[in-house]
Design a protein around this ligand. Sequence first.
Ligand SMILES: Cc1cc2nc3c(=O)[nH]c(=O)nc-3n(C[C@H](O)[C@H](O)[C@H](O)COP(=O)(O)OP(=O)(O)OC[C@H]3O[C@@H](n4cnc5c(N)ncnc54)[C@H](O)[C@@H]3O)c2cc1C
Length: 430
Amino acid sequence: MKIYDLLGIGFGPSNIALAISVDELRQRGHQLECFFIEKQTNFAWHRDMLLNDADMQISFLKDLATLRNPRSHFTFTNYLFEKGRLQDFINLKTFFPSRQEFNDYLAWAASHFENDCAYNEEVVEVLPEKKDSDVTLLRVISRDSTGNIRERLTRNLVVSIGGTPKIPVSFLSLENDPRIFHSSQYLSSITKLSHAKRIAIIGAGQSATEIFLDLHGRSSDVEIDLIMRGRAMHPSDDSPSVNEIFNTEFTDYMFSRTPEERTRLLKEFHHTNYAAPDIDQIENIFRILYNQKVTGVQRHTLITNHETREAQASDYGIRLRITDLETNLVQERDYDAVILATGYLRSHHKTILAPLAQYLPNFTVTRHYRLDSTPNFKPAIFVQGASETTHGISDSLLSVTAVRTHEIGEAIISIANIDFENSPKKHITA
Ligand SMILES: Cc1cc2nc3c(=O)[nH]c(=O)nc-3n(C[C@H](O)[C@H](O)[C@H](O)COP(=O)(O)OP(=O)(O)OC[C@H]3O[C@@H](n4cnc5c(N)ncnc54)[C@H](O)[C@@H]3O)c2cc1C
């Protein structure tokens, strides 16, 4: 069986950026055998949240390459140039393209690596390949949509699988009910629920507000309750001073702090990314709520300071018991559908890597995103997007992607265990 120098799990922005970094390394003479495995049937960036009016929450200059190499073929600017839209985009005078356009940019970048990626395969586990007491290689097991299993061997691995839906405890037993779904399934789920008139959205972040506005525009019959624990909606703070925490140097600062200091920093800057929609989203929602007062027709309700502690499903609908966090008073409300805009967990890599757990103490991550391992474990495993607690809030965003993938690429070529003797390209420095 072929042995890769590097396998990547997932082909979202993080691993596309890595493919670009590896491409640059190849141009410098480092010929790495590199391949990616992606569970979607084709590239799509948060497919079910590609809403018509949704814009990027980050400057287009934080694309897959610019911060590392502004001269790269893969910059957003070059994408615009190749598509014949550079001047038109300039005339928009914005740093924030639509998510549809950024998705098209990412798909364009991904299309350069069609031969380096297997789509429609989900990696289910990674097993150790041993020689005596040493683990020398990794066996990556994937399954396609028809259930076929595929195995590949690699010397090194990069896990960049994004987040998995965070489902509140009160909804866990109802996860298979098609009337209750996470924001990550929004578009494909809502189109199957055309009869749903009374809809609850749980959450107070960008996804919750985007879905509110999308639902409002879909049909004049829909009545929405936007239910959140907070007393008010806080806008995302992306002012220049605060935005410095997304600069690449901040990763060094964050990583060099004590665990207590890191926790304090994450808390201090929580509202740059969590439960923090763009200000224009909040303004648009309040304009709609105000118009209801003008017309006297109330369709939507903002329910702040409440938590959903119980949910029951019946043939008639979903009944939520929501508790006022100040008075503890409980009210019951009935819905045709409930949308959980409740965020993401970033620990699924531990499930995929569970067969290797004995070699990866506590899954701790080094500054350059490599998982610490025991001395008898020779492969290097890197993770992207799962190190917020040690590397900062930028870790799950696009902010540091172009630089992080360069750091990982450099780390891989400096790893001595790449078997250059068996490689036809011996000029690589180990
Ligand atoms: C709706 C939405 C909007 C966002 N907007 C912004 C923004 O404007 N700016 C910003 O900086 N960040 C934004 N983010 C944050 C987002 O995490 C990053 O933009 C970016 O998607 C991170 O890229 P990634 O490759 O690490 O993860 P993802 O984009 O999540 O990609 C991971 C890929 O891995 C695949 N995968 C997962 N598990 C497996 C498996 N077991 N086997 C094979 N493949 C697998 C997935 O299908 C996916 O394609 C947004 C997030 C969401 C949900």
